[in-house]
Design a protein around this ligand. Structure first.
Ligand code: CTP
Length: 404
């Protein structure tokens, strides 16, 4: 199953490190070639000798391992190893390592390798329940997931501290299954597919200083781009102004106004298997943009009127000349949601429409979760529970996969 797969295991300093020697044995039995990198603290829990004996390779224990072995030959071993790996599993990942990964730090051999690696990375956190539940840990975990890391939920049960709760490293079989799933490309169901995603708000200039915008954070579109890339698609992400990092393996195009977004979408649309318009494109834009800043001095009456004109509907235009491309739109509705979304689906010639109501708790702008209903051209309606945007994204992509 894992024959000749190069698997890199990063071990950090948690009590669950005692499970890793057994995992290595199982991976080797399944044909994998395993190398181990560990932090200084991990050495307190499991010895480099145990890990090197079981993996049949020298272990990189610390940032500056002796470079005299068959596998550690040069000062740039971290680059050599990251290129060697087909995938990396960080287990157990302590709260400290999770935090450092989320911030791009390279202070240990494990985080350095993770930063250098371009292969899929599975992170299997294990820690005490309160450390796991801490909002900082949770936000770091979410950040990792949004960036395309695969995070295995820790299990519930008895913890080393004697407390009960979530924080246990999954059993060997579960780890093995996760590694096999990634190594054999189990969820690479969008391989060779080309997907265009739009995200974020647009800014419509009033004058050189001011604009009309909206509260879109871009998180839903970025989650879609992350998930699609993870599933093997070649993803182009056209985004309005947002403050989000570019997901791994995604080509990003930054735009500002609805006009820019229209032009970029038209430029990149050809040859795409699916286009997902998650951007909150302005429906109206100032009819004229003032060349100079509007001042009170020059407009001393107590009201100022700005005329707006309707923007071109990008999605409707795509619908008019869609060819074989599957089209997914979003609808933001505060009332009569299903009816209004169905109308948009039909009028814009879409295959799917994702409907959300910003007034529902846990949905809408800026939130890390969303509550959506997916409607299809064929009349199917799927109402999803409240879940992380990355999970919503995967549900939407499940539907896209079926259409392709
Ligand atoms: N959209 C677009 N171009 C625009 C406006 C919207 O492509 N100029 C896309 C959005 O990306 C989204 C969908 O169309 O996928 C939203 O449809 P829209 O009719 O704009 O819905 P609302 O913004 O909710 O507008 P309305 O106030 O008309 O309900």
């Amino acid at each position: 199953m894992l024959k000749n797969k190069h698997i890199l295991i990063g071990v950090t300093g948690g009590i669950a490190a005692y499970k890793i020697p057994l995992l290595i044995r199982e991976l080797k039995k399944n044909g994998a070639d395993v190398r181990v990198v560990m932090t200084e603290s991990a050495k307190e829990f499991v010895t480099p000798l145990t890990l090197s004996t079981l993996s049949s390779h020298d272990v990189a224990a610390g940032m500056f391992p002796a470079s005299s072995s068959e596998t550690i030959t040069r000062g740039t071993w971290h680059i050599d190893w990251s290129r060697w790996a087909d995938m990396m599993l960080i287990a157990p990942a302590t709260a400290n390592t999770v935090a450092r990964l989320a911030h791009g730090e390279a202070e240990s051999a494990v985080t350095t390798l993770a930063l250098a690696a371009s292969c899929p990375i599975i992170v299997s956190p294990s820690m005490d329940v309160d450390m796991w539940n801490h909002p900082l840990t949770q936000s770091n975990i979410l950040k990792l997931r949004e960036l395309g890391y695969i995070v295995l939920e820790p299990e519930e049960g008895e913890l080393a501290s004697g407390l009960k709760g979530t924080g246990r490293l999954p059993e060997i079989q579960a780890l093995l299954q996760a590694v096999s799933g990634v190594a054999t490309g189990a969820r690479k169901d969008l391989l060779k597919k080309k997907i265009l995603v739009t995200a974020g708000p647009t800014y419509e200039a009033i004058d050189p200083v001011r604009f009309i915008g909206n509260r879109s954070s871009g998180k839903m579109g970025f989650a879609l781009a992350t998930a699609a890339a993870q599933r093997g698609a070649a993803v182009t992400l056209i985004t309005g102004p947002v403050s989000l990092p570019t997901p791994r393996h995604v080509t990003r195009v930054d735009v500002e106004s609805s006009r820019d977004m229209y032009q970029s979408v038209m430029r990149y649309k050809n040859g795409k298997d699916a286009i997902i318009m998650a951007a909150a494109v302005a429906d109206f834009t100032p009819a004229e943009t003032y060349k100079k800043k509007i001042t009170k001095r020059e407009h001393n009456e107590n009201r100022l009127t700005i005329n707006l004109s309707q923007t071109d509907d990008i999605l409707a235009e795509l619908g008019r000349r869609k060819g074989n491309t599957k089209l997914v739109g979003f609808a933001l509705e505060t009332h009569n949601e299903i009816q209004a979304a169905r109308k948009k689906l039909r009028e814009k010639n879409l295959d799917l429409i994702v409907c959300n109501n910003p007034l529902v708790e846990g949905a809408g702008f800026g939130a890390d979760t969303n509550v959506v209903t997916i409607l299809s051209k064929r009349g199917n309606i799927e109402k999803l529970a409240r879940m992380a945007k990355i999970d919503v994204a995967n549900h939407i992509l499940d539907r896209v996969v079926k259409l392709l």
